[in-house]
Design a protein. Structure first.
Length: 158
């Protein structure tokens, strides 16, 4: 079946079954491979995307459920001030170890900062609780989100 899906501001026509998870639409049909497969059960957060600005797990989200919503992926994160601030903080703090989970971590962090521009450590822990990092860089991730929030409060990411 054909679907018109708005991904990163561009409408894309995809011809897939209605129950095809957005993860596979993004990766296999659209060639946007930044969103990762982790568990396939919405438990690890590696597949996190934005749907109308909210963090959602794409591995369990059927394409038919997207409708007219706007989908955002890691490939477009740099286009927003929040994304720029997060990427700068991630670089400055050397947050990444293996990097596999980081697209999901960044997408969840961006949704968190959009909803709460001044999160406490507890807010960050709660907002990021569905994202697993096998390397255990949770303290650096929290520090990165805190730094990004500071960059945004100071007027930007640059």
């Amino acid at each position: 079946m054909a679907y018109a899906v708005r991904i990163n501001g561009e409408v894309r026509e995809v011809d897939v079954e209605s129950d095809t998870p957005m993860l596979w639409v993004l990766r296999d049909v659209c060639g946007l491979t930044g969103t990762k497969f982790g568990c396939g059960a919405a438990l690890c957060g590696a597949c996190t995307i934005h749907v109308d600005g909210k963090a959602r797990r794409s591995c369990v989200m059927p394409v038919a459920s997207v409708g007219t919503s706007s989908v955002g992926t890691i490939e477009a994160l740099h286009e927003s001030p929040i994304g720029q601030a997060l990427q700068r903080a991630w670089r400055e703090l050397d947050v990444v170890q293996c990097g596999y989970c980081q697209s999901g971590q960044l997408m969840s962090a961006a949704a968190l900062l959009a909803a709460n521009p001044h999160p406490t450590d507890s807010d960050i822990d709660a907002g990021m609780s569905g994202n697993i990092c096998r390397c255990g860089t949770y303290k650096r991730i929290r520090a990165g989100i805190t730094m990004a929030a500071r960059f945004l409060a100071e007027g930007g990411a640059a």
